[in-house]
Design a protein around this ligand. Structure first.
Ligand code: HEM
Length: 199
């Protein structure tokens, strides 16, 4: 199956709209730059082996998420007819997306301390944390295209933090530079150097 699809993609045929073709296409691109390819190419086994071993699992997840969002997202997020939302009429063909970062920092929703890291605002639940009492916190998106990794990501974060906190206390290193930026999710541009103290 892999060989058949690879031949089709290499000969310029439009790839099928499914996961296998997306993976083969991105693998072909990656392996074009791979040294081994210059020495006669790779077997299907090597492609499978390499794609499983060489690719950092997190990069695979991000690539997949990005591909799914850019390929599938545009079709499902585009207005198919004129629609009215919040008093504004959008014509057919407009791509709508949720400005998560802006909504999460809106002082009209969260109050004057919207820009402060204050997890205690959620102490009585998410609805009570907003001025409107409405659901306006959606870090993983919402609706049918909500992040499929939500439960995994939350469990992983809780697990990692609780394992670290069992053995270490930690503080932010003075070398930390506060420069958050967004690549799908909000990230520290220069990393987050921390100093660990073993108990
Ligand atoms: C803190 C970690 C994460 C955050 C904040 C996050 C956030 C998001 C957001 C905002 C979306 C877009 C939802 C939408 O379009 O409405 C999304 C989609 C997606 N995420 Fe995540 N995500 C995280 C971790 C993960 C993990 C660990 C995985 C996989 C194991 C993952 C897989 C995906 C996939 C496949 C989609 C596309 C879903 C679709 O369009 O149907 N994410 N994520």
């Amino acid at each position: 199956m892999i060989e058949k699809r690879e031949t089709a993609i290499k000969s310029g045929e439009k790839a099928d709209d499914d996961l296998l073709s997306l993976l083969i296409e991105s693998n072909l691109k990656l392996f074009k730059e791979h040294e081994k390819l210059k020495n006669g190419g790779m077997t299907t086994e090597e492609v499978i082996e390499e794609s499983l071993e060489d690719l950092n699992p997190m990069i695979k997840v991000i690539m997949f998420g990005t591909v799914v969002q850019s390929v599938g997202g545009c079709e499902s997020r585009m207005t198919s007819n004129n629609v009215e939302l919040g008093g504004i009429t959008y014509p057919k063909g407009v791509i709508l997306s949720l400005p998560i970062l802006f909504v999460h920092h809106d002082t009209e929703i969260w109050g004057q301390d919207a820009h402060e890291f204050n997890p205690e605002r959620f102490v009585e639940g998410i609805l009570k944390a907003t001025m409107s009492g409405q659901m306006e916190f959606f870090p993983f998106g919402w609706g049918p295209r909500i992040c499929i990794g939500q439960n995994f990501a939350i469990t992983e974060a809780k697990l990692c933090l609780s394992m670290i906190l069992q053995s270490f206390s930690f503080e932010l290193s003075p070398s930390y530079i506060h420069a958050p930026h967004t690549i799908i999710t909000l990230q520290p541009q220069h990393g987050t150097p921390i100093i660990l103290h073993r108990f």
